[in-house]
Design a protein around this ligand. Structure first.
Ligand SMILES: [Zn+2]
Length: 162
């Protein structure tokens, strides 16, 4: 029976994983569509009559168009960065934004209480995200710890009291 439950937990975790990455893919698709609309608006805004088309492209020949293209590329990179950054701080189970950042650890007491990091939790108790504070070797990989069912943990505490 425990093996059956283990398989069920694996399926549930797989579903959560699919939902988490599916949400990121959905956000990236939405961002791509927004970028296409902005690109279309840029092309429409700088449309020229066909008989005036002496050069192949306006880019690097027309200051207004080149500046608008630069602004569009900044907008695109900002949009993609925001989508990925937002995904990092979402619960892996329910996809809600993680809340209540708490700074833990300390450099002077590193061996006692660990390195400085910021911990975020899901407001519904699904897990904790630990983000290292130092950026010595690039941005540290965030560390997600899924919590057990909160009611099971409370029942276990009640059993310990008896
Ligand atoms: Zn959650």
């Amino acid at each position: 029976m425990s093996a059956r439950r283990g398989t069920s937990d694996l399926e549930k975790e797989s579903n959560y994983c699919m939902r988490y990455w599916g949400f990121l893919v959905g956000k990236l698709i939405a961002a791509g569509m927004l970028i296409l609309v902005a690109w279309g608006a840029l092309r429409w805004g700088f449309a020229r009559p066909v008989y005036f088309d002496t050069r192949s492209d306006l880019f690097a020949h027309d200051l207004g168009y080149t500046l608008a293209t630069m602004a569009l590329s900044l907008f695109c990179f900002g949009l993609l960065y925001a989508a990925i950054w937002d995904q990092k701080y979402r619960c892996r189970t329910c996809l809600r934004r993680l809340r209540m950042p708490v700074q833990t650890g300390s450099w002077p007491n590193m061996f006692l209480i660990g390195r400085p990091r910021i911990e975020y939790i899901c407001a519904y108790g699904h897990g904790t995200l630990r983000v290292p504070e130092e950026q010595i070797s690039g941005s540290g990989t965030p560390d997600w710890h899924a919590h057990e069912d909160i009611w099971k943990e409370l029942e276990a505490l009640e059993e310990l009291k008896k």
